[in-house]
Design a protein around this ligand. Sequence first.
Ligand code: MF3
Ligand code: CO
Ligand code: CO
Length: 345
Amino acid sequence: MREEARAGRQEPHAARRALEERRAELSLEPAYLTRERRLRDVQALRRAADVPFFRHGDEILDLGEAHVASALLPDPPASNTESVLERQRGPTQPRGMRIERHRAGAVARLQAAGAAAAATLRLVGARLREGMSTADIDGMVREHTAQQGARPSQLGYHGFPATVCTSVNDVVCHGVPGPTTVLAAGDIIAVDVTSELDGYHGDTCTTFFVGQPSAEARHVVETARRCRQAGIDEVRDGARLGDIGAAVEALAQAEGCHVVREVGGHGIGRRMHMPPHVPHFGRRGSGRRLRSGMAITIEPIVTLGGPGLIEDADGWTLRSADGALAAQFEHTVLVTRRGCDVLTL
Ligand code: MF3
Ligand code: CO
Ligand code: CO
Protein backbone atom coordinates (compact mmCIF):
# COMPACT_ATOMS: atom_id res chain seq x y z
CA MET A 1 0.00 0.00 0.00
CA ARG A 2 2.95 2.27 0.60
CA GLU A 3 3.96 1.44 -2.94
CA GLU A 4 0.65 2.67 -4.16
CA ALA A 5 1.15 5.99 -2.42
CA ARG A 6 4.57 6.27 -3.96
CA ALA A 7 3.47 5.29 -7.44
CA GLY A 8 0.83 8.02 -7.32
CA ARG A 9 3.42 10.58 -6.36
CA GLN A 10 3.69 12.30 -9.75
CA GLU A 11 -0.04 12.48 -10.26
CA PRO A 12 -1.22 14.45 -7.23
CA HIS A 13 0.26 17.70 -8.48
CA ALA A 14 -1.78 17.58 -11.64
CA ALA A 15 -4.83 16.46 -9.69
CA ARG A 16 -4.40 19.21 -7.15
CA ARG A 17 -3.96 21.83 -9.86
CA ALA A 18 -7.16 20.68 -11.49
CA LEU A 19 -8.94 20.86 -8.15
CA GLU A 20 -7.56 24.31 -7.46
CA GLU A 21 -8.74 25.51 -10.86
CA ARG A 22 -12.20 24.16 -10.25
CA ARG A 23 -12.30 25.78 -6.85
CA ALA A 24 -10.53 28.96 -7.83
CA GLU A 25 -12.93 30.98 -5.71
CA LEU A 26 -11.41 29.32 -2.65
CA SER A 27 -7.81 30.11 -3.50
CA LEU A 28 -7.76 33.78 -2.66
CA GLU A 29 -4.66 33.77 -0.51
CA PRO A 30 -2.06 36.33 -1.49
CA ALA A 31 0.55 34.15 0.20
CA TYR A 32 -0.65 31.22 -1.84
CA LEU A 33 2.18 28.80 -1.45
CA THR A 34 1.34 26.03 -3.90
CA ARG A 35 3.07 22.74 -4.13
CA GLU A 36 6.65 23.99 -3.96
CA ARG A 37 6.26 24.20 -0.22
CA ARG A 38 5.15 20.61 0.13
CA LEU A 39 7.53 18.27 1.93
CA ARG A 40 8.42 16.23 -1.05
CA ASP A 41 9.86 19.06 -3.09
CA VAL A 42 10.84 21.52 -0.43
CA GLN A 43 14.49 21.09 -1.37
CA ALA A 44 14.10 23.69 -4.06
CA LEU A 45 13.38 26.32 -1.43
CA ARG A 46 16.38 25.51 0.68
CA ARG A 47 17.94 28.88 0.08
CA ALA A 48 14.86 30.98 0.83
CA ALA A 49 15.91 33.01 3.85
CA ASP A 50 12.54 33.07 5.55
CA VAL A 51 11.88 29.35 5.53
CA PRO A 52 13.28 27.42 8.48
CA PHE A 53 14.26 23.81 7.90
CA PHE A 54 15.30 20.86 9.91
CA ARG A 55 16.62 17.50 8.89
CA HIS A 56 14.61 14.33 8.86
CA GLY A 57 16.71 11.40 7.76
CA ASP A 58 18.06 12.39 4.38
CA GLU A 59 15.37 14.95 3.80
CA ILE A 60 15.34 18.63 4.63
CA LEU A 61 11.94 19.61 5.94
CA ASP A 62 10.16 22.91 6.01
CA LEU A 63 9.25 23.57 9.61
CA GLY A 64 5.91 24.85 8.45
CA GLU A 65 5.23 21.23 7.67
CA ALA A 66 6.40 19.86 10.98
CA HIS A 67 2.80 18.75 11.48
CA VAL A 68 3.26 16.11 8.77
CA ALA A 69 6.70 15.09 9.82
CA SER A 70 7.16 12.12 7.59
CA ALA A 71 3.79 11.19 6.13
CA LEU A 72 4.92 11.78 2.60
CA LEU A 73 8.48 10.62 2.81
CA PRO A 74 9.66 7.24 1.56
CA ASP A 75 10.00 4.53 4.20
CA PRO A 76 13.40 4.61 5.89
CA PRO A 77 15.47 1.45 5.42
CA ALA A 78 14.38 -0.93 8.18
CA SER A 79 17.88 -2.02 9.16
CA ASN A 80 19.23 1.49 9.58
CA THR A 81 19.91 2.30 13.26
CA GLU A 82 19.24 5.96 12.76
CA SER A 83 15.79 5.28 11.40
CA VAL A 84 15.02 2.96 14.29
CA LEU A 85 16.01 5.68 16.73
CA GLU A 86 13.95 8.10 14.78
CA ARG A 87 10.90 5.89 15.00
CA GLN A 88 11.33 5.75 18.74
CA ARG A 89 11.97 9.42 19.23
CA GLY A 90 10.04 11.04 16.46
CA PRO A 91 11.38 13.43 13.89
CA THR A 92 14.78 14.93 14.53
CA GLN A 93 14.72 18.40 16.00
CA PRO A 94 17.96 20.24 16.48
CA ARG A 95 18.34 21.03 20.15
CA GLY A 96 18.65 24.74 19.64
CA MET A 97 15.40 25.14 17.69
CA ARG A 98 13.69 28.19 19.12
CA ILE A 99 10.29 27.68 20.66
CA GLU A 100 8.49 30.94 21.18
CA ARG A 101 7.23 31.91 24.65
CA HIS A 102 4.26 34.21 24.45
CA ARG A 103 3.91 37.32 26.61
CA ALA A 104 0.67 38.72 28.01
CA GLY A 105 -0.42 40.59 24.87
CA ALA A 106 0.19 37.59 22.65
CA VAL A 107 -1.53 35.30 25.14
CA ALA A 108 -4.69 37.43 24.98
CA ARG A 109 -4.67 37.12 21.20
CA LEU A 110 -4.04 33.38 21.32
CA GLN A 111 -7.00 33.08 23.69
CA ALA A 112 -9.23 35.05 21.34
CA ALA A 113 -8.14 33.02 18.31
CA GLY A 114 -8.63 29.77 20.21
CA ALA A 115 -12.11 30.84 21.30
CA ALA A 116 -13.01 31.75 17.71
CA ALA A 117 -11.91 28.37 16.34
CA ALA A 118 -13.74 26.57 19.15
CA ALA A 119 -16.95 28.52 18.51
CA THR A 120 -16.87 27.61 14.81
CA LEU A 121 -16.28 23.95 15.60
CA ARG A 122 -19.20 24.00 18.06
CA LEU A 123 -21.45 25.45 15.40
CA VAL A 124 -20.47 22.69 12.97
CA GLY A 125 -21.17 20.09 15.65
CA ALA A 126 -24.63 21.52 16.29
CA ARG A 127 -25.56 21.55 12.60
CA LEU A 128 -24.04 18.29 11.34
CA ARG A 129 -26.67 16.03 9.80
CA GLU A 130 -26.91 12.91 7.69
CA GLY A 131 -27.24 13.94 4.03
CA MET A 132 -25.02 17.00 4.43
CA SER A 133 -21.91 17.18 2.24
CA THR A 134 -18.47 18.10 3.50
CA ALA A 135 -18.64 21.09 1.13
CA ASP A 136 -21.63 22.27 3.20
CA ILE A 137 -19.40 22.10 6.28
CA ASP A 138 -16.74 24.07 4.43
CA GLY A 139 -19.37 26.74 3.70
CA MET A 140 -20.44 26.92 7.34
CA VAL A 141 -16.88 27.27 8.52
CA ARG A 142 -16.12 29.95 5.98
CA GLU A 143 -19.18 31.97 6.92
CA HIS A 144 -18.90 31.63 10.68
CA THR A 145 -15.17 32.37 10.68
CA ALA A 146 -15.79 35.57 8.72
CA GLN A 147 -18.65 36.57 11.04
CA GLN A 148 -16.17 36.55 13.90
CA GLY A 149 -13.76 38.76 12.01
CA ALA A 150 -11.34 35.86 11.68
CA ARG A 151 -9.70 34.15 8.72
CA PRO A 152 -9.60 30.39 8.06
CA SER A 153 -5.88 29.64 8.46
CA GLN A 154 -5.99 26.48 6.37
CA LEU A 155 -7.34 28.07 3.19
CA GLY A 156 -4.40 28.34 0.80
CA TYR A 157 -1.97 26.91 3.36
CA HIS A 158 0.62 25.19 1.18
CA GLY A 159 -2.12 25.29 -1.42
CA PHE A 160 -4.82 23.60 0.68
CA PRO A 161 -8.02 24.32 -1.28
CA ALA A 162 -10.60 24.67 1.51
CA THR A 163 -11.29 26.39 4.83
CA VAL A 164 -11.48 23.24 6.93
CA CYS A 165 -10.28 19.63 6.97
CA THR A 166 -13.12 17.08 6.98
CA SER A 167 -11.90 13.52 7.48
CA VAL A 168 -14.56 10.80 7.15
CA ASN A 169 -14.20 7.21 8.46
CA ASP A 170 -10.88 5.80 7.17
CA VAL A 171 -9.54 9.28 6.37
CA VAL A 172 -6.82 9.92 8.91
CA CYS A 173 -6.52 13.67 8.32
CA HIS A 174 -6.44 16.51 5.78
CA GLY A 175 -9.67 15.38 4.12
CA VAL A 176 -10.60 17.93 1.46
CA PRO A 177 -14.28 18.92 1.62
CA GLY A 178 -16.33 18.39 -1.52
CA PRO A 179 -19.95 18.23 -2.71
CA THR A 180 -19.75 14.52 -3.49
CA THR A 181 -18.69 13.49 0.03
CA VAL A 182 -22.11 13.13 1.65
CA LEU A 183 -22.51 12.09 5.28
CA ALA A 184 -24.44 8.90 5.96
CA ALA A 185 -25.78 7.49 9.23
CA GLY A 186 -23.04 5.56 10.99
CA ASP A 187 -20.19 7.69 9.61
CA ILE A 188 -17.65 9.41 11.80
CA ILE A 189 -16.14 12.71 10.71
CA ALA A 190 -13.22 14.67 12.12
CA VAL A 191 -13.64 18.40 11.58
CA ASP A 192 -10.43 20.39 12.05
CA VAL A 193 -10.90 24.16 12.32
CA THR A 194 -8.03 26.64 12.47
CA SER A 195 -8.77 30.36 12.73
CA GLU A 196 -6.51 33.38 12.59
CA LEU A 197 -7.66 36.38 14.57
CA ASP A 198 -5.65 39.52 15.10
CA GLY A 199 -2.51 37.80 13.81
CA TYR A 200 -2.69 34.69 16.03
CA HIS A 201 -3.99 31.18 15.34
CA GLY A 202 -6.21 28.73 17.22
CA ASP A 203 -6.43 25.10 16.08
CA THR A 204 -8.97 22.49 17.18
CA CYS A 205 -10.53 19.27 15.97
CA THR A 206 -13.37 17.01 17.10
CA THR A 207 -14.59 13.73 15.64
CA PHE A 208 -18.39 13.63 15.42
CA PHE A 209 -20.82 10.75 14.99
CA VAL A 210 -23.38 10.95 12.22
CA GLY A 211 -26.48 9.11 13.45
CA GLN A 212 -25.99 6.07 15.66
CA PRO A 213 -22.36 4.91 15.91
CA SER A 214 -21.25 1.28 15.79
CA ALA A 215 -19.43 -0.10 18.82
CA GLU A 216 -16.12 0.18 16.91
CA ALA A 217 -16.78 3.79 15.97
CA ARG A 218 -17.58 4.63 19.56
CA HIS A 219 -14.39 2.93 20.72
CA VAL A 220 -11.99 4.65 18.34
CA VAL A 221 -13.59 8.05 18.91
CA GLU A 222 -13.62 7.79 22.69
CA THR A 223 -10.04 6.49 22.70
CA ALA A 224 -8.86 9.41 20.57
CA ARG A 225 -10.63 11.88 22.86
CA ARG A 226 -9.07 10.29 25.95
CA CYS A 227 -5.64 10.22 24.27
CA ARG A 228 -5.83 13.97 23.74
CA GLN A 229 -6.70 14.39 27.41
CA ALA A 230 -3.86 12.08 28.48
CA GLY A 231 -1.47 14.28 26.50
CA ILE A 232 -2.91 17.50 27.94
CA ASP A 233 -2.59 16.10 31.47
CA GLU A 234 1.20 15.90 31.00
CA VAL A 235 1.64 19.55 30.05
CA ARG A 236 3.26 21.91 32.55
CA ASP A 237 6.40 24.00 32.85
CA GLY A 238 9.35 21.57 32.93
CA ALA A 239 7.56 18.60 31.33
CA ARG A 240 9.12 17.09 28.24
CA LEU A 241 7.62 16.42 24.83
CA GLY A 242 8.35 12.72 25.33
CA ASP A 243 6.06 12.70 28.37
CA ILE A 244 3.12 13.73 26.18
CA GLY A 245 3.93 11.17 23.49
CA ALA A 246 4.43 8.35 25.97
CA ALA A 247 1.13 9.04 27.74
CA VAL A 248 -0.85 9.19 24.50
CA GLU A 249 0.75 6.06 23.08
CA ALA A 250 0.33 4.04 26.28
CA LEU A 251 -3.38 4.77 26.46
CA ALA A 252 -3.96 4.00 22.78
CA GLN A 253 -2.12 0.70 23.14
CA ALA A 254 -4.03 -0.22 26.27
CA GLU A 255 -7.22 0.31 24.26
CA GLY A 256 -5.99 -1.84 21.37
CA CYS A 257 -5.64 1.15 19.06
CA HIS A 258 -2.86 2.42 16.81
CA VAL A 259 -1.50 5.98 17.03
CA VAL A 260 -0.62 7.57 13.70
CA ARG A 261 3.04 8.58 13.83
CA GLU A 262 3.34 10.58 10.67
CA VAL A 263 1.25 13.49 11.95
CA GLY A 264 1.90 15.35 15.17
CA GLY A 265 1.00 18.44 17.08
CA HIS A 266 2.95 21.66 16.71
CA GLY A 267 3.81 24.97 18.21
CA ILE A 268 1.32 27.70 17.35
CA GLY A 269 1.23 31.48 17.50
CA ARG A 270 1.68 33.99 14.71
CA ARG A 271 1.84 31.00 12.39
CA MET A 272 -0.40 27.94 12.45
CA HIS A 273 2.59 25.59 12.44
CA MET A 274 5.66 26.57 14.42
CA PRO A 275 8.35 24.64 16.31
CA PRO A 276 8.24 22.28 18.09
CA HIS A 277 6.87 19.17 16.41
CA VAL A 278 4.84 17.31 19.07
CA PRO A 279 4.90 13.53 18.51
CA HIS A 280 2.08 11.42 19.94
CA PHE A 281 4.46 8.60 20.79
CA GLY A 282 7.83 8.47 22.49
CA ARG A 283 9.71 7.93 25.67
CA ARG A 284 8.99 9.60 28.99
CA GLY A 285 11.81 11.94 30.02
CA SER A 286 12.97 12.50 26.41
CA GLY A 287 12.56 15.47 24.11
CA ARG A 288 12.50 19.21 24.60
CA ARG A 289 11.29 20.74 27.82
CA LEU A 290 8.14 22.81 27.82
CA ARG A 291 8.22 26.22 29.44
CA SER A 292 5.37 28.43 30.55
CA GLY A 293 4.22 30.73 27.78
CA MET A 294 4.75 28.16 25.05
CA ALA A 295 1.66 27.29 23.01
CA ILE A 296 1.32 23.89 21.36
CA THR A 297 -1.36 21.66 19.94
CA ILE A 298 -2.05 18.10 21.01
CA GLU A 299 -3.88 16.28 18.25
CA PRO A 300 -3.58 12.50 18.32
CA ILE A 301 -5.06 10.44 15.51
CA VAL A 302 -6.01 6.94 16.56
CA THR A 303 -7.05 4.05 14.30
CA LEU A 304 -8.47 0.56 14.76
CA GLY A 305 -5.84 -0.85 12.39
CA GLY A 306 -2.11 -0.84 11.84
CA PRO A 307 0.48 1.57 10.43
CA GLY A 308 0.54 2.74 6.82
CA LEU A 309 -1.12 5.65 5.07
CA ILE A 310 -2.29 6.23 1.51
CA GLU A 311 -2.58 9.66 -0.05
CA ASP A 312 -5.56 10.31 -2.34
CA ALA A 313 -5.11 11.71 -5.84
CA ASP A 314 -6.09 15.15 -4.51
CA GLY A 315 -2.62 15.28 -2.96
CA TRP A 316 -4.01 15.95 0.54
CA THR A 317 -6.40 13.36 1.88
CA LEU A 318 -4.54 10.74 3.93
CA ARG A 319 -6.27 7.40 4.57
CA SER A 320 -5.37 4.42 6.68
CA ALA A 321 -3.78 1.91 4.29
CA ASP A 322 -5.84 -0.92 5.79
CA GLY A 323 -9.10 1.02 5.61
CA ALA A 324 -9.43 1.10 9.40
CA LEU A 325 -11.59 3.77 11.07
CA ALA A 326 -9.61 6.77 12.29
CA ALA A 327 -10.51 9.49 14.80
CA GLN A 328 -8.76 12.70 15.85
CA PHE A 329 -9.14 15.29 18.59
CA GLU A 330 -7.11 18.48 18.91
CA HIS A 331 -6.78 21.34 21.36
CA THR A 332 -4.48 24.32 21.45
CA VAL A 333 -2.93 24.68 24.91
CA LEU A 334 -0.84 27.29 26.65
CA VAL A 335 1.82 25.95 29.02
CA THR A 336 1.62 27.40 32.53
CA ARG A 337 3.67 26.91 35.72
CA ARG A 338 1.33 24.32 37.13
CA GLY A 339 -0.20 22.80 34.00
CA CYS A 340 -1.82 24.34 30.99
CA ASP A 341 -4.77 26.42 29.83
CA VAL A 342 -6.80 24.84 27.06
CA LEU A 343 -7.46 27.71 24.64
CA THR A 344 -9.96 25.97 22.37
CA LEU A 345 -12.66 24.92 24.83
N1 MF3 B 1 -5.34 22.16 11.29
C1 MF3 B 1 -4.36 21.21 10.83
C2 MF3 B 1 -3.48 20.91 12.02
O1 MF3 B 1 -3.99 20.46 12.99
C3 MF3 B 1 -3.59 21.76 9.68
C4 MF3 B 1 -3.90 21.14 8.41
S1 MF3 B 1 -2.95 21.87 7.19
C5 MF3 B 1 -3.96 21.88 5.84
O2 MF3 B 1 -2.35 21.19 12.12
F1 MF3 B 1 -3.29 22.50 4.94
F2 MF3 B 1 -4.24 20.63 5.51
F3 MF3 B 1 -5.07 22.52 6.12
CO1 CO C 1 -2.81 21.38 14.50
CO1 CO D 1 -5.87 21.28 13.33
